[in-house]
Design a protein around this ligand. Structure first.
Ligand SMILES: *Cc1c(COP(=O)(O)O)cnc(C)c1O
Length: 371
């Protein structure tokens, strides 16, 4: 997608490209699809690059953060609203969140007690709840199943007896990378109904129902979750229905590019060995899938020796690390591929660089190009 930009990099190229216009376009698409009365916060953990955060802070309703580091970035980006979640917040992080005016999603009764003791005046909070059901298909299911996230429904009564905080709603983030928009809409409707019922039972004046993120993209093709089933959800008056998409906003705005250093065949498999790899883009290895690439041909070959090349061939795209697990793509067909060409892995803007083990083998980091 950014062929000329990549060819202009010093060889061998290795870079992430983040496209801020694509970020803004995706945010506009989300806003258009969500029902009236809903808002959406960008989940910073998908991509914490300050330029990405700044671009999304200006077009989303705010940012969702999950650490003191992300909180500081969100404050620096001038986020209008900040939600702060995470199962192991320290006292210092809680204090910083209170000082920043963030809405804290409290994950346990103990955390609620600590927050009440820290805050100078009772802060408004949401309780993150791990409901008995209401789960969704996707990766990383986080509710209706044993996890470190949220408070079990049976403990909500105990949570409500803690003084020094004001509970104004619930946080019900349940899944990651869901591709089924109809199922997601059903989950949101069920979350609203449960929240209204539970708030009534517990005597909470319900202001916020945060249904988290989880809008999915299909890495094997170019499909994404269809958001249109969300449009006609009816948001109860006085309630802010909050979504926290990360992947859906950032994935398509990023590409990871790496030059082919060598091409070789051993025991019947052909490998394109890259200047780069899973220490920059861990997602395919972490999830165990094969991430598709496109080829940016680079015609110059200034060397006197022959250029490694293959035609009409299946190749594995592998990295520069000294481990056989450094694999980005298995068995993708190429018409033609030469050492010196650049492979581009699209949809790498979310959970790409941010989840990778950068220091392993101490190679130079990639360049970061923000356009
Ligand atoms: C990770 C996370 C998100 C974002 O999830 P995506 O799958 O990227 O949309 C939102 N909210 C919370 C609480 C999270 O932990």
């Amino acid at each position: 997608m950014h062929d000329e930009l990549l060819r202009a990099l010093p060889a061998p190229a290795c870079a992430y490209v983040y496209d801020t216009a694509a970020l803004r376009a995706r945010a506009a698409m989300v806003r258009q699809a969500l029902p009236s009365g809903a808002s959406f916060l960008y989940a910073v953990k998908a991509n914490g690059n300050p330029a990405v955060i700044a671009a999304l802070a200006s077009v989303c309703d705010g940012l969702e953060v999950a650490s003191g580091g992300e909180l500081a970035l969100a404050v620096a980006a001038g986020a209008e609203r900040i939600a702060f979640g995470g199962p192991a917040k320290t006292d210092a992080e809680l204090a910083a969140a209170v000082a920043a005016g963030a809405l804290i999603n409290v994950e346990s009764v103990h955390e609620l007690r600590r927050l009440a003791a820290i805050a100078p005046t009772p802060p408004a909070v949401c309780l993150r709840v791990n409901r008995p059901g209401g789960g969704l298909q996707g990766s990383h299911t986080m509710t209706g199943t044993p996890t470190p996230f949220g408070i079990e429904e049976s403990q909500l009564g105990e949570a409500m007896r803690i003084h020094g905080v004001t509970v104004i709603g619930f946080h019900l983030h349940a899944v990651s990378n869901n591709l089924d928009g109809v199922a997601h809409a059903a989950f949101v409707r069920d979350s609203l109904a449960w929240s209204l019922r539970t708030a009534r039972d517990l005597g909470i004046a319900l202001q916020v129902v945060n249904v988290g993120g989880g809008f999915g993209v299909d890495y094997l093709g170019d499909a994404s979750m269809d958001l249109s089933p969300l449009s006609d959800i009816v948001v109860p008056p006085g309630v802010d229905l909050v979504f926290e998409p990360g992947r859906f906003l950032a994935a398509d705005a990023g590409a990871y590019a790496a030059t082919v250093i060598d091409i070789k065949t051993t025991h019947g498999r052909t490998f394109a060995v890259l200047r780069g790899g899973t220490h920059h883009f861990r997602l395919p290895a972490a999830w165990g899938y094969s991430h598709p690439f496109t080829v940016v041909p680079v015609d110059e070959w200034p060397h006197p020796y022959p250029r490694p090349s293959v035609e009409d061939c299946l190749v594995d795209a592998v990295g520069e690390l000294c481990t056989p697990r450094d694999v980005l793509t298995r068995g993708q067909h190429v018409e033609a591929l030469r050492a010196g060409d650049i492979l581009v892995f699209g949809r790498a803007g979310a959970y790409g660089w941010d989840i990778s083990h950068h220091e392993f083998l101490r190679h130079e980091p990639p360049a970061f190009l923000v356009i």
